[in-house]
Design a protein around this ligand. Structure first.
Ligand code: TYD
Length: 137
Protein backbone atom coordinates (compact mmCIF):
# COMPACT_ATOMS: atom_id res chain seq x y z
CA UNK A 1 0.00 0.00 0.00
CA UNK A 2 2.77 2.34 1.05
CA UNK A 3 4.69 1.75 -2.18
CA UNK A 4 1.67 2.17 -4.48
CA UNK A 5 1.98 4.94 -7.06
CA UNK A 6 -0.51 6.86 -9.19
CA UNK A 7 0.57 4.64 -12.10
CA UNK A 8 -0.95 1.59 -10.37
CA UNK A 9 -4.40 3.11 -11.01
CA UNK A 10 -6.17 2.48 -14.27
CA UNK A 11 -9.43 3.13 -16.02
CA UNK A 12 -11.42 -0.02 -16.63
CA UNK A 13 -14.13 -0.36 -19.24
CA UNK A 14 -16.67 -2.18 -17.08
CA UNK A 15 -19.20 -3.41 -19.60
CA UNK A 16 -22.04 -1.91 -21.57
CA UNK A 17 -25.14 -3.69 -22.78
CA UNK A 18 -26.62 -1.47 -25.41
CA UNK A 19 -30.08 -1.41 -26.88
CA UNK A 20 -32.19 1.14 -28.65
CA UNK A 21 -33.95 1.67 -25.32
CA UNK A 22 -30.69 2.72 -23.62
CA UNK A 23 -27.56 1.29 -22.02
CA UNK A 24 -26.94 -0.90 -18.99
CA UNK A 25 -23.67 -1.41 -17.15
CA UNK A 26 -22.97 -4.26 -14.70
CA UNK A 27 -20.24 -4.73 -12.11
CA UNK A 28 -20.18 -8.17 -10.45
CA UNK A 29 -18.02 -9.54 -7.65
CA UNK A 30 -15.56 -12.20 -8.84
CA UNK A 31 -16.40 -11.42 -12.46
CA UNK A 32 -15.20 -8.08 -13.78
CA UNK A 33 -14.13 -6.59 -10.41
CA UNK A 34 -10.62 -6.86 -8.89
CA UNK A 35 -12.04 -6.86 -5.35
CA UNK A 36 -15.27 -7.72 -3.56
CA UNK A 37 -17.50 -4.71 -3.04
CA UNK A 38 -18.64 -4.21 0.55
CA UNK A 39 -19.99 -0.68 0.30
CA UNK A 40 -21.40 1.71 -2.29
CA UNK A 41 -21.80 5.43 -1.79
CA UNK A 42 -22.37 8.33 -4.11
CA UNK A 43 -21.76 12.05 -4.14
CA UNK A 44 -24.31 14.36 -5.72
CA UNK A 45 -25.51 17.97 -5.55
CA UNK A 46 -21.86 19.09 -5.33
CA UNK A 47 -21.91 22.88 -5.80
CA UNK A 48 -19.89 24.24 -8.71
CA UNK A 49 -16.29 24.99 -7.69
CA UNK A 50 -16.34 22.64 -4.69
CA UNK A 51 -13.79 19.85 -4.12
CA UNK A 52 -14.25 16.55 -2.27
CA UNK A 53 -11.82 13.93 -1.06
CA UNK A 54 -8.62 15.41 0.27
CA UNK A 55 -7.51 12.25 2.04
CA UNK A 56 -5.81 8.88 1.58
CA UNK A 57 -6.65 5.37 2.76
CA UNK A 58 -4.33 2.75 4.22
CA UNK A 59 -6.28 -0.29 2.99
CA UNK A 60 -9.37 0.80 1.07
CA UNK A 61 -9.55 0.08 -2.63
CA UNK A 62 -12.14 1.86 -4.74
CA UNK A 63 -13.72 2.10 -8.12
CA UNK A 64 -14.98 5.59 -8.96
CA UNK A 65 -17.55 6.00 -11.70
CA UNK A 66 -19.14 9.13 -13.15
CA UNK A 67 -22.68 7.69 -13.06
CA UNK A 68 -23.87 11.01 -14.45
CA UNK A 69 -22.05 14.11 -15.74
CA UNK A 70 -18.34 14.55 -15.23
CA UNK A 71 -15.64 15.41 -12.69
CA UNK A 72 -11.89 15.07 -12.27
CA UNK A 73 -9.96 12.87 -9.85
CA UNK A 74 -6.52 14.12 -8.85
CA UNK A 75 -4.28 11.30 -7.60
CA UNK A 76 -1.07 11.95 -5.68
CA UNK A 77 1.47 9.43 -4.34
CA UNK A 78 3.69 12.03 -2.70
CA UNK A 79 5.92 12.24 -5.80
CA UNK A 80 3.67 12.05 -8.87
CA UNK A 81 0.29 13.63 -9.57
CA UNK A 82 -2.25 12.55 -12.19
CA UNK A 83 -5.47 14.34 -13.09
CA UNK A 84 -8.02 11.98 -14.59
CA UNK A 85 -11.34 13.13 -16.06
CA UNK A 86 -14.29 10.78 -15.72
CA UNK A 87 -17.30 11.37 -17.93
CA UNK A 88 -18.71 7.99 -19.02
CA UNK A 89 -20.92 5.72 -16.83
CA UNK A 90 -19.22 2.55 -18.16
CA UNK A 91 -15.70 3.67 -17.22
CA UNK A 92 -14.42 3.01 -13.70
CA UNK A 93 -11.24 4.43 -12.21
CA UNK A 94 -9.59 1.80 -10.02
CA UNK A 95 -7.87 3.55 -7.09
CA UNK A 96 -5.40 1.39 -5.19
CA UNK A 97 -4.78 2.00 -1.46
CA UNK A 98 -2.17 4.45 -0.19
CA UNK A 99 -2.86 7.39 -2.52
CA UNK A 100 -4.00 10.92 -1.79
CA UNK A 101 -7.04 11.87 -3.86
CA UNK A 102 -9.18 14.90 -4.55
CA UNK A 103 -12.29 15.21 -6.70
CA UNK A 104 -13.09 18.53 -8.36
CA UNK A 105 -14.44 20.14 -11.52
CA UNK A 106 -17.90 18.62 -10.95
CA UNK A 107 -20.37 19.35 -13.73
CA UNK A 108 -23.86 20.41 -12.78
CA UNK A 109 -25.98 17.38 -11.81
CA UNK A 110 -23.02 14.99 -11.75
CA UNK A 111 -23.07 11.83 -9.64
CA UNK A 112 -19.85 10.23 -8.41
CA UNK A 113 -20.52 6.60 -7.57
CA UNK A 114 -17.92 4.79 -5.46
CA UNK A 115 -17.63 1.02 -5.07
CA UNK A 116 -15.48 0.27 -2.03
CA UNK A 117 -13.65 -2.82 -0.78
CA UNK A 118 -14.34 -2.21 2.94
CA UNK A 119 -17.02 -0.85 5.22
CA UNK A 120 -16.62 2.72 6.44
CA UNK A 121 -13.82 3.02 9.00
CA UNK A 122 -12.48 6.43 10.01
CA UNK A 123 -9.25 4.74 11.23
CA UNK A 124 -8.44 3.86 7.61
CA UNK A 125 -8.25 7.55 6.63
CA UNK A 126 -5.22 9.84 6.50
CA UNK A 127 -6.73 13.32 6.41
CA UNK A 128 -3.57 15.37 6.88
CA UNK A 129 -1.36 15.79 3.78
CA UNK A 130 1.88 16.19 5.78
CA UNK A 131 1.05 12.99 7.66
CA UNK A 132 0.45 11.30 4.29
CA UNK A 133 3.90 12.39 3.06
CA UNK A 134 5.52 11.01 6.20
CA UNK A 135 3.66 7.69 5.70
CA UNK A 136 4.85 7.46 2.07
CA UNK A 137 8.50 8.18 2.87
P1 TYD B 1 -15.56 11.81 3.41
O1 TYD B 1 -15.07 10.45 3.12
O2 TYD B 1 -14.62 12.76 4.10
O3 TYD B 1 -16.12 12.50 2.09
P2 TYD B 1 -15.37 13.04 0.76
O4 TYD B 1 -14.11 12.28 0.64
O5 TYD B 1 -16.33 12.79 -0.32
O6 TYD B 1 -15.14 14.51 0.89
O7 TYD B 1 -16.91 11.68 4.24
C1 TYD B 1 -17.72 12.79 4.56
C2 TYD B 1 -18.48 12.45 5.83
O8 TYD B 1 -19.34 11.34 5.64
C3 TYD B 1 -17.57 12.11 7.01
O9 TYD B 1 -18.13 12.68 8.18
C4 TYD B 1 -17.65 10.61 7.10
C5 TYD B 1 -19.02 10.30 6.54
N1 TYD B 1 -19.08 9.00 5.84
C6 TYD B 1 -19.73 7.92 6.41
O10 TYD B 1 -20.28 8.02 7.53
N2 TYD B 1 -19.78 6.73 5.75
C7 TYD B 1 -19.19 6.59 4.52
O11 TYD B 1 -19.25 5.48 3.93
C8 TYD B 1 -18.50 7.70 3.92
C9 TYD B 1 -17.82 7.59 2.59
C10 TYD B 1 -18.47 8.89 4.62
Amino acid sequence: MKANTVFDCSIIDVSKITSKAGNLTVAENNMNMPFNVKRIYYLYDVPSGEARGGHAHYELEQYIIAASGSFDVVLDDGINRRRISLNRPNLALHIVPGLWRELDNFSSGSISMVLASHLYDEKDYIRDYQEFLVYKR
